[in-house]
Design a protein around this ligand. Structure first.
Ligand SMILES: NC(=O)c1ccc[n+]([C@@H]2O[C@H](COP(=O)([O-])OP(=O)(O)OC[C@H]3O[C@@H](n4cnc5c(N)ncnc54)[C@H](OP(=O)(O)O)[C@@H]3O)[C@@H](O)[C@H]2O)c1
Length: 227
């Protein structure tokens, strides 16, 4: 059964909704996040498996993939969803630590996870990797330089992975959600997509018929106009 899914960033927001929706559809889930209490509550709610890892640490990123593969038996679908935008500021105000954290979590960790997954999925000639990018990679605005740089990088990486995956019969999907009302930002944005709606579009890509690969999916709330 091609239904064993690893979801990063599953303790909150889009990732948490992904676990809820995929569990209902019969998928076996290994969920990851940093917040142990939130992860435990998700396990209790959905019956998913999971483990705590700080993805800013490359050893923990690779280690949690190994743990997911061991506990699920294998990872059929990897969803690289974890991410953050901790620093919205002019380039002149950005500190080295801001750059390094966003590189580590938004770009290095998902690249490492893709590498690990593609090795195994490529051997099996089957699998699906879904990378959660952002509509930020389709626009440009002041004060978003670091986050944009990492998401543009992730988009470029994923475009190459789509081609390498194709050679191994591994599906690769880049999703580009627009603004979503989650803990991602301090203020509430009820006019944005709900986390459930953002997750549902990702589920749609995973549930596509076997002879279909969705390479890119861009979706936005109607209020979003920066494209
Ligand atoms: N919200 C938006 O408007 C929006 C729009 C487009 C794309 N996206 C993308 O969608 C993805 C999910 O965002 P969201 O809105 O659901 O955000 P969220 O509610 O803030 O959730 C982010 C998730 O990422 C995890 N995470 C953050 N830093 C981590 C680290 N160092 N190690 C491990 N896990 C870490 C968090 O885990 P803990 O809390 O347990 O640390 C949490 O589960 C991100 O990649 C984001 O860039 C969001």
């Amino acid at each position: 059964m091609d239904k064993r899914v690893m979801v990063t960033g599953a303790t909150r927001g889009i990732g948490r909704e992904l676990v809820r929706q995929l569990t209902v559809l019969g998928y076996g889930i290994f969920a990851t996040g940093r917040d142990a209490a939130l992860l435990e509550s998700l396990k209790a709610e959905t019956g998913c498996a999971g483990g705590v890892a700080d993805l800013s640490d490359p050893e923990q990123a690779v280690g949690i993939y190994r743990q997911a593969a061991a506990e699920l038996g294998q990872v059929d679908v990897l969803i690289n969803n974890a991410g953050l935008n901790n620093r919205k500021a002019p380039v002149t105000d950005i500190e080295l630590a801001d750059w390094e954290l966003q590189y580590a979590v938004n770009l290095r960790a998902p690249m490492l996870l893709c590498r690990e997954a593609l090795k195994e999925m490529g051997e099996r000639k089957s699998g699906h990797i879904v990378n959660v990018v952002s509509t930020i990679a389709k626009t440009a605005q002041p004060n978003y330089a670091i986050y944009s740089a990492m998401k543009y990088g992730f988009m470029g990486f994923t475009k190459c992975l789509i081609k390498e995956g194709r050679e191994k019969n591994v599906k690769v999907t880049a999703v580009y959600p627009g603004g979503t009302d989650t803990d991602f930002r301090a203020e509430q944005r009820p006019e944005y997509l709900s986390a459930a709606s953002a997750a549902r579009m990702i589920v749609h890509c995973i549930e596509a018929p076997a002879d279909v690969v969705v390479h890119d999916l861009t979706y936005r709330p109607m209020v979003e106009s920066n494209f």
